[in-house]
Structures are given as C-alpha cells and as structure tokens.
Design a protein around this ligand. Structure first.
Ligand SMILES: [Zn+2]
Length: 204
C-alpha cells in the first residue's frame, strides 16, 4: 500500500455508521513503507473523510504534510506510542464506543474478556482463553496516557492487540489496516458481550 488515505476514509465511514466515531471522535492512522504515517486531522467528521483530512507525520512526532494547515489529531500520541513500541505495526485505530465505556465500569483494573470463540480473532487459539484487555486511566492530557502505554508495554506486552482508556474508548493495531480493522470489530463484539452478559447475569 503506498497511500492509505482512501482506505482509512473507508474505515471511517464504516465505523461512523456503527456509532463508533460520532461527533468527530476517534482517530485512524496507517503507515507508509518509509515508516511515516497518515493520521486523521483534528476535528474532522470520520464519516466524510477526504484526502485533505489527514496529516503525515514521523513516529517521533514531526509533521511532514498538513494539507490546508490541518492539525494532527489531539490523540496522535497514542498512535506514536504503538508505532514506537512495535515497528511491525502498520495501522492503529482508536474509537469511542458505548460498550467500551460501560464494560470498563464493570471491573476494576484490567478487563478480563469473555472466554469465547471470538477471542480467536486476536490470533489467540486456546480453548476457553483467559486474557485481559489492558485498561488505562483517562487524564485530560492525552500524552500522559501515551506515556503510560509506553511504560507499561515496554516491560509487559499486552495479552491482546488492543487497549482501553477508561470512560473513553479503545485503540487497536495490526500488521495491516485490515488486521487492525478486524481487531476493532472483535473488540467491539467482546465488549458488547461483556455488557450484555452483565445485564443478563451471565458468568464467564
Ligand atoms: Zn479518543
């Protein structure tokens, strides 16, 4: 893939339609072969992304291309943290879903995921897999969250390719944009399932 912006715009339309990127919330990025990445600009509607709604940056945070003076997403530091932690990751997608917020309220600390078939969507092939989604607090300054992610992942790699920010949303990544897309869907399903399970009294 040389220019991922059209594919990212398609992801934005899909996620927006499902209510995961309402009110300009969330952000999407994908890398180029040179390691730089395109990320959605700040304050743009994710259901109607055009090529000029993206900013190209280095993993260190230098802005290389900013059409019409666009500013990078306020949450760019989360993407930088993932790309710096794992150079193999080619895409990073951050969404605000209702179930993510509710699910994190069900349990203190990291979130144990239901041990169901869908966990295989993360590439985890165990019978009744017991894995946790890392959960981070949501201070106003997003770089503080990014720093917490960097510090934790440097010593303790996560069970799953997604992390949660409490009262906020989830961020998933992958070795391709398609893989990251699938992982957001898998995560949304699992978090919906946790919420529905709590509502109906299911014990995992
Ligand atoms: Zn966010």
């Amino acid at each position: 893939m040389t220019d991922p912006r059209d594919a990212l715009a398609a992801v934005g339309r899909s996620f927006y339609a499902r209510g995961w990127m309402l009110g300009t919330g969330g952000n999407l990025s994908a890398r180029l072969p040179d390691g730089t990445f395109w990320i959605t600009a700040s304050g743009v509607p994710k259901g109607r992304l055009e090529r000029e709604h993206f900013v190209r940056m280095t993993v260190e945070g230098e802005i290389l291309e900013a059409p019409n003076g666009a500013r990078p997403s306020a949450e760019t530091s989360l993407h930088q943290a993932i790309y710096a932690w794992s150079p193999d990751q080619q895409a990073c997608l951050h969404v605000h879903t209702v179930s993510a917020v509710v699910a994190a309220r069900l349990h203190p600390g990291d979130l144990p995921l239901p041990p169901v078939e869908m966990v295989k969507g993360y590439g985890i092939f165990h019978e009744r897999p017991r894995v946790c989604m890392p959960v981070f607090d949501n201070p106003l300054a997003v770089p503080e969250i990014a720093q917490a992610v960097r510090a934790r992942f440097a010593s303790t790699p996560p069970d799953v390719p997604v992390f949660m920010i409490r009262d906020h949303g989830i961020t998933a990544w992958g070795r391709s944009l398609n893989q990251a897309f699938n992982r957001v869907e898998v995560s949304a399903y699992l978090l919906d399932l946790l919420v529905e399970g709590a509502r109906t009294g299911v014990e995992w």
